[in-house]
Design a protein around this ligand. Structure first.
Ligand SMILES: Cc1ncc(COP(=O)(O)O)c(C=O)c1O
Length: 396
């Protein structure tokens, strides 16, 4: 079974594909026909790899987390995506896609963002590469991730509020898709996760796969073996998780754990735990698991973390779930907060709220003393300081 590569129509098992309005057909087809040839070309790779190294600051460290390891009596490594330029893994994909858009002759970039990290990463890539940038963001997210809104504006991007639905990530994607339909010739839509119509899930996973490529090299150097026993990552749409799992999904000895946002709890009506609550459906251009009512209305999600507040999941992950290749955990808001404070106090690292969901798995699953557990620390917590300060009293 091949978990990593979709078939020629973009399917991972029964999930994936490209469900798009006719107006987008030429754009998506252009991408489908050209993306692999362009991104695998020597010339593209030379420019991309040089930027990853000298601009983004890769390779990011694989940090042996001594204090956390002692507490949980296992061997924990943190993949420090928080140390990337702009503060999260999102830049790996944003830079790659803007470079690709340039080669496709596009002059205008649009993006959606939840936590604002993908918006900041895209605005950064556009500033660097001289492209016009428009970022769609839910009105609620504009309020709760204010520092990132300011950064996007300073970088020269226009931030447009999505005011429909729950005013969060799903609604921002809807607005971005609407824009793309209206501007199909000049514009490339830099999707921020492994969601959307084929080829986006594969394209984004390939750009993020640098994470697991580096983990293998770094673990070999530090532990004398390439494969850990477990890899853990949080899943919104699933791009940091896809990058963390990519080079391990075909390796049977590596167990894979995904952490979704449980919100107030999966039975609370305020959750974003798609594999627990979702059914098969089409959302934002691909078939996957979707939180929806019986008649197909998408359910409004909830998570304390804007980046995980999404009622779907990428088709790659839906397939891993269906095939039981990955184990899924639902982490509630309060559990993520507790894990964020714990990492901060034990290791002096303030994680993004999204990444804290991956850390919280340590409290729910028992690992052996000798297990090597790699957790993707997808981003830093600067953007979440207001939320953290609100909860400081309960977590001291
Ligand atoms: C730091 C961080 N981690 C994780 C995510 C979730 O996205 P994905 O599931 O695509 O990695 C986000 C989204 O904004 C984020 O900012």
């Amino acid at each position: 079974m091949n978990y990593r590569n979709p078939d020629e129509h973009g399917y991972y098992g029964e999930f994936g594909g490209a469900f798009i309005p006719e107006m987008l057909y030429p754009n998506v087809k252009e991408l489908q026909e050209n993306y692999l040839e362009i991104i695998e070309s020597e010339e593209f790779q030379k420019e991309y790899q040089d930027l990853l190294k000298n601009y983004v600051g890769r390779a990011t460290p694989l940090y042996f987390s001594k204090n956390l390891s002692e507490k949980y009596n296992t061997r924990i490594y943190l993949k420090r995506e928080d140390l990337n330029h702009t503060g999260a893994h999102k830049i790996n994909n944003a830079l790659g896609q803007v470079l690709l858009a340039k080669r496709l002759g596009k002059t205008r970039i649009i993006a959606e963002t939840g936590a604002g990290q993908h918006g900041v990463a895209t605005a950064t890539a556009c500033a660097l590469l001289g492209m016009k940038c428009i970022v769609y963001m839910g009105e609620i997210d504009i309020q709760r991730q204010a520092p990132n809104v300011a950064r996007m504006k300073m970088l020269g991007a226009e931030v447009v509020a999505a005011t429909s639905g729950s005013k969060t990530l799903k609604d921002a994607v809807n607005e971005a898709l609407r824009d793309w339909i209206n501007n199909p010739v000049t514009t490339h839509y830099v999707i921020g996760s492994v969601v959307g119509p084929h080829p986006f899930p594969d394209l984004v996973a390939r750009f993020q796969s640098i994470i697991s490529k580096e983990i293998k090299e770094q673990l070999l150097e530090q532990e004398g073996r390439e494969n850990p026993d477990y890899v853990i990552a949080c899943v919104g749409g699933g791009s940091n998780a896809a990058g963390t799992f990519y080079h391990f999904v075909e390796e049977k000895d590596v167990k894979i754990i995904a952490a979704e946002a449980g919100g107030y709890g999966i039975d609370s009506g305020k959750s974003a735990a798609t594999t627990f609550l979702g059914t098969s459906g089409v959302l934002h251009g691909s078939k996957s698991l979707v939180m929806q009512t019986e008649d197909g209305q998408v359910t409004e999600p909830h998570s304390i973390s804007a980046g995980l507040d999404y009622p779907g999941i990428g088709p790659f992950h839906a397939h891993l779930f269906k095939e039981k290749r990955a184990e899924f955990f639902s982490i509630n808001d309060d559990e993520a907060l507790k894990a964020a404070f714990e990492l901060t106090r034990l290791e002096g690292i303030i994680p993004a709220l999204e990444s804290a969901h991956a850390l919280a798995v340590l409290d729910q699953k028992k690992f052996n003393e000798s297990h090597i557990v790699v957790i993707c620390l997808s981003g830093r917590g600067d953007k979440d300081m207001e939320t953290y300060l609100k909860h400081l009293g309960n977590n001291e």
